[in-house]
Design a protein around this ligand. Structure first.
Ligand SMILES: Cc1cc2nc3c(=O)[nH]c(=O)nc-3n(C[C@H](O)[C@H](O)[C@H](O)COP(=O)(O)OP(=O)(O)OC[C@H]3O[C@@H](n4cnc5c(N)ncnc54)[C@H](O)[C@@H]3O)c2cc1C
Length: 370
């Protein structure tokens, strides 16, 4: 999110200094793992859909800018094999995704169990289950997206201070002062996008954010053809009473790790500064079993795994606002495991706020509520 804000501000001719304690893209925060789902039907809340439609334009622009003229990355950033949402009758994921899509004119199709079996024979769908297929959805390559965004930000004149850690920051009479482990910077405005480290750097926010450890696995499928895009869409299975499980098909140019990526949409609280505990055999077994239950052709050995960080807000919605009591400091955090697809539009919103103190983008519902 910080990379997106830096790029958008630099595009507008603003002098930008982007600071990160590591060197994004890296595998210590929330943006690694090779893929992130992008979709416009939004069960989390229909008010996100206008932001997603704007983000879609931003993704298309990023893809064009990253590969046009003098390319900044190799390989596609976006894949759109569609997303299939599956669930038992009454599934909130399926029903709410459909309602939000229909309300905003997103192309999507409801399917009953028989229609799913006919069209997507890879999936085991019990009678009585339903599905929603969103053909224009898919996934992005997050590391490539972050690398491209930062390279383009630099090209537009942004300075990036990587490997520099912010220790504290404060208001001054005319702006902000940021102390890091390398020195002190002064600026008119500060934008904070610190992911899972937000509680450490913005305690005065007053919103209890909880970093969570999330397990990801890559499976070498028994039936590789059944698990490859574009024949296999991205899939998400709603399991009421248990965390949803989802998978990203294999795709050309995937690189390492190979295989189908799977995860539960859930994590366990953690300290982002503590050494990361690798996935246990039980965690990987649970993931492989849930996958094989719904996608029999995906049964196969786990060939790679990782952990990643969610930053949960109390209601699962993002927080984008001024830091209370600080007129020159804006913050975007609490992305609660579903923020990546919004990256370009969050950059735009933050650039508006940092330069004009307001935005026409509909983010009112993401402001801090007291
Ligand atoms: C396993 C997993 C799967 C996900 N799947 C999806 C998905 O399918 N679709 C989707 O839309 N979203 C998904 N998400 C969520 C999405 O990836 C995140 O919401 C998003 O990446 C959050 O971005 P961020 O900029 O807030 O955090 P980060 O990308 O972690 O960036 C925060 C940055 O702040 C830096 N930083 C922190 N503290 C300091 C400091 N003191 N000084 C300097 N720098 C600092 C860090 O080094 C880091 O680079 C997923 C997340 C995970 C973990």
């Amino acid at each position: 999110m910080g990379a997106a804000a830096a790029l958008e501000l630099a595009r507008r001719g603003v002098r930008v200094l982007g600071i990160d304690r590591f060197a994004p893209p890296h595998s210590l925060g929330s943006h690694h793992g090779g893929s992130r789902i992008v979709r416009d039907c939004y069960f989390e809340h229909p008010d996100y859909v206008p932001l997603l439609l704007r983000a879609r334009k931003g993704w298309d622009r990023l893809e064009r800018d990253a590969h046009g003229g003098d390319p900044v990355v190799d390989g596609p950033i976006i894949h759109r094999p569609g997303v299939l949402y599956l669930g038992p009758a009454g599934s909130e994921v399926v029903d709410r995704s459909f309602e939000s899509g229909r309300a905003h004119g997103i192309a999507c199709e409801r399917l009953d169990a028989r229609a799913v079996r006919a069209r997507f024979p890879q999936f085991m769908v019990p009678d009585g289950w339903g599905a929603l297929f969103e053909p224009g959805a898919g996934f992005v390559r997050p590391e490539r997206a972050v690398a491209a965004t930062l390279a383009l930000a630099r090209r537009h004149g942004a300075t990036l201070a990587l490997g520099e850690r912010v220790l504290e920051w404060s208001d001054t009479a005319s702006g902000v002062r940021v102390h890091t482990d390398r020195g002190t910077h002064e600026a008119d405005t500060l934008v904070i996008c610190a992911g899972a480290w937000t509680p450490a750097i913005a305690a005065r926010l007053g919103v209890p954010l909880v970093p969570q450890r999330v397990v990801i696995a890559w499976i070498s499928p028994r039936d590789p053809a059944a698990c490859a895009a574009p024949h296999m869409p991205v899939w998400y299975v709603d399991r009421p009473g248990a965390p949803g499980v989802y998978g990203i098909p294999t795709a050309p140019g995937q690189g390492d790790p190979s295989g189908m990526k799977v995860a539960f949409h859930a994590g366990t609280p953690c300290d982002p500064d503590a050494p990361r505990t690798p996935p246990t055999a039980d965690e990987l077994q649970a993931l492989a079993a849930a996958t094989a239950m719904h996608v029999p052709g995906a049964a196969g050995p786990v060939t790679a795994h990782a952990t990643c960080l969610y930053t949960m807000s109390p209601d699962g919605h993002f927080v984008i606002d001024q830091v209370p009591g600080c007129t020159r400091t804006w913050i975007a955090c609490g992305f609660s495991g579903h923020g990546f697809k919004f990256m370009p539009v969050i950059g735009e919103a933050l650039a508006d706020l940092a330069t004009a103190g307001a935005t026409r983008l509909p983010i009112e519902f993401l402001r801090i509520r007291s």
